[in-house]
Ligand binder design. Structure first.
Ligand SMILES: [Fe+2]
Ligand SMILES: [Fe+2]
Length: 321
């Protein structure tokens, strides 16, 4: 009875300290007490984000051997390698919350954890490397810049590093499309066709409309999320329109129009049925992406075993000396 009372009193003090950190917009660090729901939300969000970076290597990795020049190949390799690094920063950040990496890998390859649905779309043309950089990395930046100020320290710091690299990713995608748009009619048509396919899925990366996004409110109260899905989507569209004009591509939305009164672009409805279909595992490449990841994980077992054996031997040596 006494113990239970003490525990409740202690928790109340800890909760008050946590609330104070959030209210003063300070950072919560791994050593700090945090409510279980906050920890679980972060584990889910950060690990899903890490999985997205890792699975996101596949649609572009698909083009490394077929890049049209040595320069393009080198750039694409560097970009895909950056995504691997992003996955690793984020797995490390999630580990500070008490989940181990092996468990997260398991969750990814068994389908228990989700990753961004955008990576379940296929990349049939070279222009898709441009569209992914410009639209997918572009949407990721809009989403991720506010996460640099996320209340959980390790997540915010990982995001700061990631965002610097994402800017390069977006520029390289824009530049691929720009070069295609300055090329032959066939190249221009390829760029436009690719933008037509990626535009709406990129807008859906911000998640469902605010009314259908029940967890967002709590994440905003905890200073994990700073802007709502719809606000971020609007920001992204406002940013894209002038860039599309420079490129000379048409954004595939007949309702896209500047609204003087709102000071923003109006846009047409998105096909959320498609979003939920892909989320449910029925996209173009869901099965293929997870199978490939599982194979890479299985093929890499000997590397993990060797690294473990080496670490054990070093530990034994150190203990013996
Ligand atoms: Fe990334
Ligand atoms: Fe990226």
């Amino acid at each position: 009875m006494t113990t239970a009372k003490t525990t409740t009193a202690e928790t109340a003090v800890e909760q008050a300290e946590f609330d104070r950190l959030i209210e003063s917009d300070s950072r919560v660090e791994p050593r700090d007490w945090m409510p279980e729901a906050y920890r679980k939300t972060l584990i889910r969000q950060i690990s899903q984000h890490a999985h997205s970076e890792i699975i996101g290597m596949q649609p572009e990795g698909n083009w490394i051997t077929r890049a049209p020049s040595l320069k393009r190949k080198a750039i694409l390799m560097a970009k895909v390698q950056d995504e691997a690094g992003h996955g690793l920063y984020l797995y490390s950040a999630a580990q500070t919350l008490g989940i181990d990496r092996e468990t997260m890998f398991e969750q990814l390859i068994t389908g228990a954890a989700k990753y961004s649905s955008i990576f379940n779309y296929t990349t049939p043309t070279w222009a898709d490397m441009g569209s992914i950089g410009w639209l997918v990395d572009g949407a990721a930046i809009c989403n991720q810049v506010p996460l640099c100020r996320a209340s959980y320290g390790p997540y915010g710091r990982a995001m700061t590093r990631i965002c610097k690299e994402e800017s390069f990713h977006q520029r390289q995608g824009f530049e691929i499309l720009l070069e295609l748009m300055r090329g032959t009619p066939a190249q221009r048509a390829m760029a436009q066709e690719s933008v037509n396919r990626w535009y709406a899925p990129a807008l859906m990366m911000f998640g469902p409309p605010d009314d259908d996004s029940p967890n967002s409110k709590q994440s905003m109260a905890w200073n994990i999320k700073r802007f709502s899905n719809d606000d971020l989507r609007q920001r992204f569209i406002d940013m894209l329109v002038p860039q599309a004009e420079v490129l000379g591509v048409t954004l595939p939305d007949p309702e896209l129009k500047w609204n003087e009164a709102r000071g923003h672009y109006d846009f047409g409805p998105l096909n959320w049925d498609e979003f939920y279909e892909v989320l449910a595992g029925r996209g173009q490449a869901n099965a293929q992406r997870v199978a490939k990841r599982k194979k890479a994980h299985d093929d890499g077992a000997w590397v993990r075993e060797a690294a473990r054996a080496y670490a054990d031997a070093r530990m034994e040596e150190r203990l013996a000396s």
